[in-house]
Design a protein around this ligand. Structure first.
Ligand code: NAI
Ligand code: MG
Length: 404
């Protein structure tokens, strides 16, 4: 029997193209695992009225480790229109299965490393006053609270009377008191102390492990006083347990400006759900974009690893596939770290680093050419060729500690 069982959820679109490549890589490094496929995503919604089927939940509950590709999500009206005719009008509501999965299994620690590989032509560069350029290698990991905040899902258009009455008790709501219900939409931003403490602690633990000097809490407590206030206050409390590590504080708007000026100053950034989502995409843009952005959704029991990109429908039908599998492969490496297989994870990152540094094999995004049916004829590597190049490095590499 294999040591690990991994639930593989390729999902929609390019999720089906990149996830199998990550499994080839996991096999190459000798990860002792059995893989069980589970459905998730748009087709499940259209055919069953549920984008996260019960069998998938059961498998994750039992085996606790998941690799996820990507899903397609659409706004409510489109979701209703694409539902199988016999399911329409029966009260089915579309929820993003990844958001649901995070909440269902309390995958509250969302870890998103944005770490540059030397030689990546997509890396951030900065013009100096003397006309030259600097290319500081960005090494930032965003810790995003994964289950609550703006994505907690407590929201209404035309809130029911009892909600409206409760809102009326807040002096600031007077400005909205006369708005007709159908013209009023409310999304709640909920932060709880325990979840705030957990995400900040995860960020500090990581900073300690990597030997970083500080952690940045990125919120907006001067305006969003209660929820951002609780995040920031909790960060100050947690920081007291880590005397060697400084706590810095930035506002989300200013942080997005700073990351374009001195991204190398931010190694660990912690934030609530929506801000963390934005921050992690913004930092990912400095290290190669969505083709390089990996993530882990980690709870006490279950953990699911996924690239942060979506299903990229416009590329989903291309044969051969053209998207960059590195984000997915890096997510698989994060999974290895999570189960303690650090040497295997490090071998994968080294192999990717070599392929990127050599620059012989580059997907369309790395070539900075338009994506589409012509990318390959313009010299871009396909998804599979990129994975092959990584596999080739792994096959050649001598594992750390082995005799040559
Ligand atoms: P997306 O991430 O799917 O694609 C945006 C663009 O980024 C693509 O058109 C492509 O140019 C580029 N890109 C993405 N992944 C790439 C890769 N591996 N290699 C090279 N280039 C890559 O985001 P979009 O277009 O906003 O959303 C498409 C669908 O995906 C929507 O239905 C959306 O709701 C869903 N989505 C799902 C996510 C998830 O599964 N976690 C996350 C983000 C979006
Ligand atoms: Mg996002």
């Amino acid at each position: 029997m294999a040591k690990y069982t991994v639930i593989t959820m390729p999902g929609d679109g390019i999720g089906n193209q990149v996830l199998p490549e990550s499994i080839r890589v996991l096999k190459e490094v000798g990860f002792d695992a059995e893989y069980i496929h589970a459905d998730i995503g748009w087709e499940c919604w259209c055919n069953q009225g549920n984008a996260l089927p019960d069998r998938t939940i059961e498998l994750l509950t039992r085996h606790k480790l998941g690799l996820f590709g990507a899903i397609t999500s659409k706004p409510n009206k489109e979701a209703q229109a694409e539902l199988k005719p016999e399911l329409r009008g029966k009260g089915y509501v579309y929820y993003s299965p990844i958001v649901t999965m995070r909440q269902r299994f309390n995958l509250d620690i969302c870890m998103r490393p944005c770490i540059a590989f030397a030689g990546n032509p997509l890396n951030y560069i900065r013009k100096r006053a003397d006309g030259g350029f600097d290319e500081p290698l960005v090494d930032t990991t965003v810790f995003r609270q994964g289950t609550e905040g703006m994505y907690c899902g407590v929201e209404w258009t035309n809130p029911p009377d009892n909600v409206r009455s409760a809102l009326n008790t807040h002096p600031k709501f007077k400005a909205f008191a006369g708005i007709p219900g159908p013209e009023l939409a409310v999304s709640l931003r909920i932060i709880t102390k325990n979840a705030a403490r957990r995400i900040v602690t995860a960020a500090f633990e990581y900073a300690k492990k990597r030997g970083f000097k500080g952690v940045t809490i990125c919120e907006k407590p001067n305006v969003v006083r209660e929820t951002s206030g609780m995040m920031e206050e909790t960060a100050r409390e947690v920081a007291r347990n880590y005397p060697g590590i400084a706590l810095w504080s930035t506002n989300i708007d200013a942080q997005l400006m700073w990351l374009n000026k001195n991204p190398e100053d931010y190694n660990v950034v912690v934030s609530s759900n929506l801000f963390g989502d934005i921050l992690s995409d913004a930092f990912a843009g400095l290290v190669g974009g969505l083709g390089f952005a990996a993530s882990g959704n980690i709870g006490d029991e279950v953990a699911v690893f996924e690239p942060t990109h979506g299903s990229a429908p416009k590329y989903a039908e291309l044969n051969p596939p053209i998207v960059n599998p590195i984000a997915m492969i890096l997510s698989a490496a994060m999974m290895l770290d999570h189960v303690g297989e650090h040497a295997k994870a490090e071998r994968i990152r080294q192999a990717i680093a070599e392929v990127v540094r050599e620059g012989r094999v580059r997907t369309y995004d790395m070539k900075r050419i338009p994506g589409g049916g012509k990318s390959i004829s313009q010299g871009a590597a396909s998804t599979i060729q990129m994975a092959d190049a990584i596999l080739e490095k792994l096959a050649k590499a001598v594992p750390v500690g082995a005799a040559r």
